[in-house]
Every structure is written in structure tokens, then in C-alpha cells.
Design a binder for this molecule. Structure first.
Ligand code: HEM
Ligand SMILES: [Cu+2]
Length: 536
């Protein structure tokens, strides 16, 4: 497909009119800001659906009937996964910061970047249109498992086509970032002088490029099945429903790393700044990102231990799953080692980054529990799983998103936010989060299945606790986002480097000028040179 939009170059003169100036812009900073606004909206809408589900769970039938409950958790999952965490940090902070971090004027293909943004909007519109069409939004769960997704009369096709379009957006962003990092690093910035956030965007870019096409194929199969009954997944026609699960998870497990690697990159930027210390083991942190991306392709089968697989393959998938824990552990070890002996400041970005480390560790450790065969059989398809993936995706990627939002807010907007309100929001988020999702571990161990609309009375206390947690969590989110919205208009002007950061984005004004730098910087040292501790 060729770029259908009129040419708008990154240089001024910009197109006339406020809306055109934004929507037709090829400036990575403007595109990043528009994505950021869209993602924040999705997060808020998705959280509202989450709260609705929790309300329904303490009074089954009072708010939502069974079918609406299914549609609610599906829409919640689809919004959060495909429109929030997967595009997430790369399209927003990656777009805004990658060129700044490596000392470039823009990404390698600015017009392709604009096309990715338009594909994101189109995909979102197609998915949301299902709300207004006959049959209503899909009720398959965000995993679209066959055969149900082939049979249900809800609008599966629209959702699936929307996700297909989003896939192209994701592939193009990955391609753009990989090329940008290869071609546009500032003079003197060898690979081992590149900051860690670009390293993770690089690893993520390859996963986006190589894994996303598998999802695209899978989604095409669903549509073909629905319209023509071709029989890929239908045993009566010689097909196999398990094939769907394989194809789906061959993409969707690596997708977890599309969500989490950039989050790790954000944390790797914030930790040295607020510990005022060079990252301990920079090389190990950089290479572990690439290792995680590589091993991440090999473990999809751990989603299918109970679906019917040979014992040999189950054992292998379990082993490989444990292998991913190694590079993740390397990162956590190195962050903690960086903190050790640092002089730590706990401003909001650091609080959120530390929260990432804490919650993601719980998510990772419970991941090892469900990656082992025997416990997996016990907790499969229970709330334990829901607890696990919220610790990873919300506690991990979501918290890193909030960390990034606070860390780079002054750079992006040129304003400072109120630190007290940010901390108050953080406390609420932290308490609400753990009340909500830790309770889910307990409920899961007790046997409460996920995606069930109603349940025996003995699970009620757990559900009630989780629901109270969801209120505190939602309030925290409102305080955090409200504080930032307010700062957009009322915040004091931000200096170029409010935190004392050492990477290149802090050397230019807040917000940066259209061309990013007065003059392209020449790099002569590693990215986190604090005091004489400059990296070897
Ligand atoms: C980054 C943020 C989040 C992500 C990525 C996320 C993702 C998901 C996903 C993928 C599901 C699975 C749906 C399914 O089983 O098909 C889910 C379920 C659920 N989520 Fe979230 N979610 C997020 C935030 C929230 C919030 C803020 C709340 C509540 C305030 C929430 C409450 C729930 C509940 C209650 C379920 C239903 C579990 C079930 O019935 O199986 N989530 N979420
Ligand atoms: Cu997985």
C-alpha cells in the first residue's frame, strides 16, 4: 500500500490549521504525543470496563447478564492488549524519545511512521465499530479461540479485521525503529554507547517484525472459516482446533515481550538517573534484552499444557520457559546492584520504576509456577492466571508506562507536575493493585475459574476484596492522570534537565525544538556517566 496522504515534511513550514498540523505531521514527537493521548484514553476506558466487571462479580446478574459479561471481559482484554500494552511504550515514548536518545532528527521513515499511526486509528475504529453493529462486540475472550470464534454470532469478524490492521501498524513501527537504530545513531554512538531504552526497542522491533505476521495469518484463517467454512480448525473437515492455539500463541507469547521489553528499557533509564549511578553491568543488561527476545519465540506451548500435547513437548516447553527467567533475572539483579550504593531519590518516576521491579518480579515468579507442569494443571484457567498476567502486564508494562509518563512529562510538555499529588496517586495505585490482583492468586488457588459469570458463595469474600481493590486502584489512576492533565495547563515551566539525567534527550530544550537538536551531538562516552564512575 502506498502512502495516501499529502506530503508534509518534518521541517517547518507546517501545514495550516491545528488539526491538520497534528494529523498530517510526520514529526516523531507529534506522532508520539498523539499515540500517548490515544493510549491514555484506552487505558482509562479499559480500566472502566475492568471496574464494571468487578462490580458485576460481586452481584452477578444485577448489572450485566451472562452474555454481556462475556462481551465486557472480551472488550476489556482486546482494548488493553491490542490497543494499549502491545503498541504501548514503543509507539508513544519510543516514537517521542528514540531519535532524541540516539541524537537523530527523526525516525528513518517519518511518513511510514505517520502511516503506522493512521493504521492504529483505523484498527481501533474497526474494532470499536462492532459495538454498534448487529450481534454486538465479540464474546470469545481476547484469544479468539476456535471453534467458538468461528460459530458465535457476535461481531468477531470486525474485531479480528481491526486487530489485523493493528498488526500492520506494529510491523511498520518495528521496521522503522530497527532501521532508525541501525542508520541514524549520532556520530560516535557505537552500539555499546547506546542507552538501554533504544536497546530494548531494537529487540522489540525484531519481535514485532518476525512474530506479528503469524498473527495476521491466524486472523485471516478465522475470517475464512467464518465466511467460507474452509475447515482449518474443523475436525469434521480434517482440520484441527489445536492448530489455532499453536498459531495464536506463536505470536502472542512473543507479544508478551513486545509489551515488557520496552518497559524494562524505561526502567533501565530511570534507575541510573535516580540512583545517580552508572548502570551496573550495562552490557549484560543490553544483551539480556536481545536474549529475552530470542528465547521468547520458543515457549508458546506453555499456554497449551492442558490442550493435548505429547509429554516430550510439554517437558521441553516447560524447560524453555524456565530459560527465559535467566535473562530477566539478569536485568533485575543488575537494577538492584545499581541501586545498591547509589544515592537514591524517590520522585514519582522512581517510585513507579521500583514498583515495576517489585510487581514484575511477582509476575515472573508466579510465571515459573505456572510454567511447571503439575501446578499448571491445578491452576489452569483459574483466577491465578488472571492474577499472574495482571502482575506482568499491568504491574510490569502498565507501571513502566506510568513511570515513563512522569519521567518524560517535563521533556514532552515543557511543564512540571505536582509531586505530592503524583505520590498520593501512586500510594492508592499500589495498595489497590495488590488488593485486587493478589486476591486473585488466592481465589485461583481455591479453584475459582476465570471468565465465569457466577460462582458458589464461598468465593464471595475473595471477590468482594478484589472489587474493593479495584475501586482504590481506579481512584489512584484518576489521581495520577488528573494530576498530569492539570499540569498540562498549570504546571511550572520545566528546565531542560529537571532530574539531572545524562542521556542526550536532556541536552535539548523542554519541549525539544522541531529539529530536536540545535546541532547533532557528537558522542564521546557511554550513556550513564555519573561522576568519575564513567563506564569502562
Ligand atoms: C494494563 C492494564 C490491564 C491489562 C493489560 C489487562 C488485561 C486483561 C486481560 C487480557 C484479561 C483477560 C480477559 C479474558 O480472560 O479474556 C483481563 C481480565 C480482567 N481484568 Fe484486566 N487488564 C488491565 C487492567 C485491569 C484493571 C485496571 C482492572 C480493574 C480495575 C482489570 C480487571 C480485570 C478483570 C476483573 C478481568 C476478568 C477476569 C475474568 O473474568 O477472567 N484489569 N484483563
Ligand atoms: Cu506465554
Amino acid at each position: 500500500m502506498t502512502d495516501p496522504l499529502p506530503t508534509a515534511t518534518a521541517q517547518p513550514p507546517r501545514p495550516r490549521g491545528f488539526l491538520a498540523a497534528w494529523l498530517l505531521s510526520t514529526d516523531h514527537k507529534r506522532i508520539g504525543i498523539m499515540y500517548l493521548a490515544a493510549l491514555t484514553l484506552v487505558l482509562a476506558a479499559g480500566a472502566a470496563l475492568g471496574v464494571l466487571m468487578r462490580l458485576s462479580a460481586v452481584a452477578p446478574g444485577a448489572l450485566l447478564n451472562a452474555r454481556h459479561y462475556n462481551q465486557t471481559f472480551t472488550l476489556h482484554g482486546v482494548l488493553m492488549i491490542f490497543l494499549f500494552v502491545i503498541p504501548g511504550i514503543p509507539v508513544s515514548f519510543g516514537n517521542f524519545l528514540l531519535p532524541l536518545l540516539i541524537g537523530a532528527r527523526d525516525v528513518a521513515f517519518p511518513r511510514l511512521n505517520r502511516l503506522s499511526w493512521w493504521l492504529y486509528l483505523t484498527g481501533a475504529a474497526v474494532i470499536l465499530s462492532s459495538l454498534f453493529l448487529k450481534g454486538g462486540p465479540l464474546d470469545t475472550g481476547w484469544t479468539f479461540y476456535a471453534p467458538y470464534s468461528v460459530q458465535t454470532r457476535t461481531q468477531v469478524s470486525f474485531a479480528v479485521v481491526g486487530v489485523f490492521i493493528l498488526g500492520f501498524s506494529s510491523i511498520l513501527t518495528g521496521l522503522n525503529f530497527v532501521t532508525t537504530i541501525h542508520r541514524l545513531r549520532a556520530p560516535g554512538m557505537g552500539w555499546l554507547r547506546m542507552p538501554l531504552f533504544p536497546w530494548t526497542l531494537y529487540a522489540t522491533g525484531w519481535v514485532q517484525l518476525l512474530a506479528t505476521p503469524v498473527l495476521a495469518v491466524t486472523l485471516v484463517f478465522i475470517v475464512l472459516e467464518r465466511f467460507f467454512g474452509v475447515g482449518f480448525f474443523d475436525p469434521a473437515k480434517g482440520g484441527d482446533p489445536i492448530l489455532f492455539e499453536h498459531l495464536f500463541w506463536i505470536y502472542s507469547h512473543p507479544a508478551v515481550y513486545i509489551m515488557v521489553l520496552p518497559a524494562m528499557g524505561v526502567v533501565s533509564e530511570i534507575v541510573p538517573t535516580f540512583a545517580r549511578r552508572t548502570v551496573y553491568g550495562y552490557r549484560a543488561v543490553a544483551f539480556s534484552a536481545v536474549c529475552i527476545a530470542a528465547v521468547g519465540y520458543l515457549v508458546w506451548g506453555h499456554h497449551m499444557f492442558t490442550s493435548g500435547m505429547s509429554d516430550t513437548s510439554r517437558t521441553l516447553f516447560s524447560l524453555l520457559t524456565f530459560l527465559v527467567a535467566v535473562p530477566s533475572g539478569v536485568k533485575i539483579f543488575n537494577w538492584v546492584a545499581t541501586l545498591h550504593g547509589g544515592s537514591i531519590r524517590t520522585d514519582a518516576p522512581m517510585l513507579f520504576a521500583l514498583t515495576f521491579i517489585f510487581l514484575f518480579s511477582i509476575g515472573g515468579l508466579t510465571g515459573l509456577i505456572i510454567g511447571s507442569l503439575a501446578p499448571n494443571l491445578h491452576v489452569h484457567a483459574t483466577y491465578f492466571i488472571v492474577g499472574h498476567f495482571h502482575y506482568v502486564m499491568f504491574g510490569g508494562a502498565g507501571m513502566a508506562f506510568l513511570a515513563a509518563l512522569h519521567y518524560w512529562f517535563p521533556k514532552i510538555t515543557g511543564r512540571l507536575y505536582d509531586e505530592r499529588a503524583a505520590r498520593a496517586g501512586w500510594v492508592l495505585l499500589f495498595v489497590g493493585f495488590n488488593l485486587l490482583y493478589f486476591t486473585m492468586f488466592v481465589l485461583g488457588l481455591q479453584g475459582m475459574p476465570r471468565r465465569y459469570f457466577d460462582y458458589p458463595a464461598r468465593y464471595f469474600p475473595g471477590h468482594m476484596t478484589a472489587t474493593v481493590g479495584s475501586w482504590i486502584l481506579a481512584l489512584g489512576l484518576a489521581v495520577v492522570l488528573g494530576n498530569l492533565l492539570r499540569a498540562l495547563r498549570r504546571g511550572a515551566p520545566a528546565p531542560a534537565d529537571p532530574w539531572g539525567g545524562t542521556t542526550l534527550e536532556w541536552t535539548t530544550s523542554s519541549p525539544p525544538p522541531p529539529e530536536n537538536f540545535e546541532e547533532i551531538p557528537v558522542v564521546t562516552r557511554g550513556p550513564y556517566a555519573y561522576g568519575e564512575g564513567a563506564r569502562r
